[in-house]
Ligand binder design. Sequence first.
Ligand code: HEC
Length: 153
Amino acid sequence: MKRRFIPLFALTFALAACGKSADGAPDTSSTAQTDPVAVASAQAPESATVAATDPVAHGKTLFARCAACHSVAPGKNGIGPSLHAITGKASASMAGFAYSPAMQSANLTWDDATLSAYLENPQGLIKGNRMAFAGLKNPQDRADLIAYLHTLK
Ligand code: HEC
């Protein structure tokens, strides 16, 4: 009695599960086929959001505030040192740039946290350094700018 009951129960369950997915699948594809406009308009806002929040693209735009003093070309120093491959580098290590004594003795590594602190308040992190920049106060702006700096390899 017990032996028969268990397989029957399992079979009923399996059939129910089977029936469900067989009914569900054609439903979904017929909606997609008969209403392409609804599908397209459902996807459009999603890709627009991705483009608007691309951190690297936003960071590149923000870099306009740095470009007057910093090149991103390797070895090309201006008022400030080149920022090519700056992420992960030791502070004051760009060849050929005359750093201030304050920057020379800062002894930092330009990881994300250090860059963020410096860009928020250059004088706050390294008192007496010569970068004449008031600071980027918005944390998202700093994160996006740093994401862009990571691409300068
Ligand atoms: C008005 C010119 C100026 C602007 C604008 C400026 N910087 Fe600088 N930056 C400098 C100078 C000069 C130094 C070197 C400071 C020193 O030696 O004391 C420097 C140093 C740095 C360093 C340290 C480099 C190293 O080799 O250790 C980083 C990182 C940096 N700047 C990033 C930025 C970013 C990112 C921006 C834009 C948000 C920016 N700077 C805007 C002039 C500027």
